[in-house]
Write a protein that binds this ligand. Sequence first.
Ligand code: FES
Length: 564
Amino acid sequence: MADQVEITSLGHAGLRVETAGVRMLMDPWLSRRGAFLGAWHQLPSNDHLDTPELREVDWVTVSHEHLDHMDLDLLRRLSPSTRVLINRYPSRNFHRRLLEAGVANLVEVPPWQHFPLNTRGDWLAFIPEQSPMCHDAGVLVRAGGVSLLHCNDARLTVAQCRRAAVEAGGVLDVMAVQMSGASWHPIRYQYPPEVFARISASKRLGKFKAVTRLVRGVRPNLAVPFAGPPCFLDPVLRENNRFIPDPGIFPSLDDAAGWLAEHLPAQASMRWLPGDRYEVGSGRYTPDPRWDGFSFSFPALESWLDGYAADRRAAIEAVYADHPDPDDGLGERFAEHFARLGELSDYFLERIAMVVRFEVEGPGGGRWDVRLGPDKVRVDLAGRARDVQYRFRVPSRWLAPVVDGAIGWEDLLLSLRFSAWRSPDVYNDYLVGLLKHADAEALRAVQHYEQTRERSETITVSTPDGSYEIGRWCPHAGEDLAVGAVIDGRVLRCLGHNFDFDLATGACLNARCDPLPTRPAGGSGGLKSEALTQVPPGRAEPSVSPSVEKAPAHAAEWPLRQPT
Ligand code: FES
């Protein structure tokens, strides 16, 4: 018999869970300063929930380092008896950052370990992403006889979520899923309008499909879209709110819930706003009356954002005041910063292999080139490189805290307070990985993962041009391509992170990544091409044959071609 278990939405990815034996906050983000240098703000606002009663809990979980999940101000104000639980990642960066911020009572929990929350048998477990390239974890809670999977931003696989359901007793009562992106691509890149629109629509659709696949594979009793979208209230960033409506990469909760209702009609789903309460078991839902009449639709949302921006003006001005223009020594500190990064991992440097130009605007700025490659890192503060492949343009006041170690590179990139250009237009996961981890231990873990992962299992996929036998696990971060991919012509798109692979060559077309093992299947096995073409547009998800075959003994010798 289940206890009464109440979940209160705190907005964004925040939840409060309360049963007879557990009071817990999960990824609470209530700061009036928003996150990422004052750029992101909760949509809709949730600071009315920041009360002593709310903070009076036994446990707080924080899934990862992104500041829309790790509200340092709130974590510092917790009651002295509250313990803060985080996943144990390969590096101690996350733990160190919380400690340095003054967060007390930290407990690191190994992945998948059932951590007891009381003596009544309630527990939780962190479920990290398969690849250590992203330090991000879902949280499975079993309390009061019910189960909740808080996926936050982690790209969990269907297999991981199914295991979570089994460990929770066979079914997930509530599964909270992120359906809005947390990315600076393509919105900070310089693209022609039609390319921009295509990439944006593709990312939005890819995210929706990935979540649909996950929910369909797990069949929770209730699916709840959460963890976004943010909104932008600083006048210089307000234009980014245009990425909330279709085809933007920050879809609203209404659009996300509408998608689930349309594409998984048998699946129960709800959308919650900050302060809404839901009783698991009875299913009683109590909406916060504050949101009567609130709408995510434009132009109503635009005028609501006007009032919200006015309310947050002083908080945003305080962020500017905390980040004054740097002095003339920024260039030297920038060079030292990259010299340190250059000592962390030859494996990463070999895979980055490019010149990145920083056009730093404002006091202390300049044009600075960074050559990252097998021969380590060289910085030219005169910006004379002729083979630049990546360019960041960033105001010096926002770069300075990164160089000085006050914030991480991802905090700057997610702030959208920069613009970028790259040629070729290929995502370099190793560059982003080096910048965001900036830690030898974390980079070694990625290298170990990539060099030792399973490669021999294969599946057969069909396209209108023929069938291919391919490696089952995505060479990027291990997504199961038997259920986590779509095919468009001769291109397979992994829904894990939307990397495209040419099925004929294996080359990754839009990111720097090892190739996908592939070869012609010889016409046997897999779905017939007609089955693919019968799938209506927008529902082409299960286009990979689930037929799994063991690889032949010579699989490791397949003639793999390098990415172009
Ligand atoms: S797992 Fe990242 S693109 Fe496949």
